[in-house]
Design a protein around this ligand. Structure first.
Ligand code: PEP
Length: 257
């Protein structure tokens, strides 16, 4: 982390878990376990239908609500889709785009991720743009080339002012939901590389200011070491964000100097 230049963000990705009725008790437990002062923004990305309940419950302890996906279209005959205006209208402040599960199960490509990020920015929602390599790509030593391509494609046509609203999440696919975490060195190396890609496109200042998160089996035990890395500005957390005490411990790990 480098709190002098950029925001630290701890974002939970609940995926298709939990019920709206479980949010209030979850937030109460989170509050009990969370440090009174904290050095990060906290967001929980829920299924879209649960965002209003998250906003209501999260208000008191400053937990923002986010979506997990958005349509690239503004409105119209796209059954089942949720637009950026609709997310903004119910109060979502963040939204994940390009999660590897969307890429894998819904065939999303980098161009679509770019269009979705732009749709969110147009409505004032902060996109959390996910990138990350597969195990095969890592083993073929293609990690940085692949991740650099994903970052460039996702940011195509986004100007420096809009970049300030973007968060990039480095999530190696082989570490998501597997219990296999990238080592702090591996995660730092790629996050530093992502910052270098951003620097090449936008220059030194915007690159210094962009928050880059690590995601992939981050938990209460490994968060402190991962967050101690200079280019890791927070976490995108799946499994551990469903357990209030563990999520609170991760939040507390951002208080380190
Ligand atoms: C994720 O879904 O973005 C994620 C990182 O999941 P997990 O923490 O469970 O690996």
């Amino acid at each position: 982390m480098n709190r002098k230049y950029r925001k630290t963000v701890i974002a939970g990705n609940w995926k298709m878990n939990m019920l709206a009725s479980e949010i209030k008790p979850f937030i109460e437990q989170l509050k009990e376990n969370m440090p009174k002062t904290r050095a990060c923004d906290v967001v929980l990305c829920t299924p879209a239908v649960m965002i209003p309940a998250m906003i209501k419950a999260g208000k008191e302890c400053k937990v923002a609500a986010g979506g997990q996906d958005v349509s690239k279209f503004e409105k119209g005959a796209y059954t089942g889709e949720v637009s950026a205006s609709q997310l903004a209208d119910i109060g979502a402040k963040y939204c994940i785009v390009g999660h590897s599960e969307r890429r894998q199960y819904h065939g999303e490509d980098d161009m679509l991720v770019n269009a979705k990020a732009k749709a969110l920015l147009a409505k004032g929602i902060n996109p959390i743009i996910c990138v990350g390599e597969s195990l095969e790509q890592r083993e073929m030593d293609l990690t940085m080339e692949y991740v650099a391509y994903q970052v460039k494609a996702a940011l195509n046509g986004i100007d420096a002012t809009q970049l300030r609203r973007c968060i990039i999440a480095y999530e190696p696919i082989w570490a998501i939901g597997t219990g296999k975490t990238a080592t702090a060195e591996q995660a730092q190396e790629v996050c530093e590389g992502i910052r270098a890609v951003v620097r090449k496109i936008y220059g030194a200042r915007p690159a210094r200011a962009v928050s880059i998160l690590y995601g992939g089996s981050m938990n209460a035990k490994n968060a402190y070491e991962l967050l101690a890395q200079p280019d890791i500005d927070g976490g995108l957390i799946g499994g551990a964000s469903l357990k209030p005490a563990d999520f609170a411990t991760i939040i507390a790990a951002t208080n380190q100097e």
